[in-house]
Ligand binder design. Structure first.
Ligand SMILES: Cc1cc2nc3c(=O)[nH]c(=O)nc-3n(C[C@H](O)[C@H](O)[C@H](O)COP(=O)(O)O)c2cc1C
Length: 179
């Protein structure tokens, strides 16, 4: 099956997750490619779509939100999965005791899920390199805060086993879908 894995990234961590998902789907016998959302003009040639973005300040990146809104009819008409990249760090629960993969669910999913009706959604731990130049005012300001090292722990926290298991679930679901 022809699968588009499309993503929005600021610093590249989400691109890495998208590539791993595309590689896993390809290894499972599908024809999958990872493409930045900015480079996708239409989804007609794809039978299924995996759409992902990094989360910043509780929001998905704007190019991913724009893509989802613009293509919502086409997305709703085919099997779709959503993923988000972020949180960072090793804490599995936040100060309120909630799983961080729930508390960092991007705000836009409340709007997009009913619109697109994805078969599944996943939040994966991301990566953050404080030596890379900051992108955008919000990131620049956050880095200057005294608690920056605690709020923004440095490192690559991507859980490749979780990412590959999720991709395997998608591959299995697609194998049972009539093209
Ligand atoms: C300034 C800043 C704000 C962030 N805000 C969030 C957030 O609100 N929720 C979250 O889950 N992750 C947040 N993160 C973590 C990023 O989502 C994570 O580093 C992600 O993997 C980056 O992906 P990218 O390299 O594709 O841009 C933030 C990171 C930075 C640097």
């Amino acid at each position: 099956m022809n699968v588009l894995v499309t993503y929005a990234t600021r610093h590249g961590a989400t691109a890495g997750i998208a590539s791993r998902i595309a590689d896993s789907l390809t290894a499972a016998g599908h024809d999958a490619r990872a493409v930045p959302v900015e480079d996708v003009t239409d989804i007609d040639g794809y039978q299924a779509v995996v759409l992902g973005s990094a989360a910043y300040m509780f929001h998905w990146l704007k190019p991913a939100v724009r893509f989802a809104r613009h293509h919502h009819a086409g997305l709703a008409a085919r099997p779709v999965w959503l993923f988000s990249s972020g949180p960072i760090g090793t804490d599995q629960v936040d100060a309120q005791g909630q799983d961080v993969r729930i508390s960092t669910r991007p705000k836009e999913w409340d709007e997009l899920v009913p619109l697109i009706r994805p078969r599944g959604e996943a939040v994966f731990f991301g990566a953050y390199d404080p030596t890379a130049p900051a992108i955008g005012l919000g990131e620049t300001l956050m880095r200057r805060m005294p608690a920056a090292a605690k709020t923004l722990p440095a490192g690559d926290f991507r859980d490749w086993d979780a990412i590959e298991s999720w991709a395997a679930e998608i591959a299995t679901a697609l194998a049972g879908t009539v093209a």
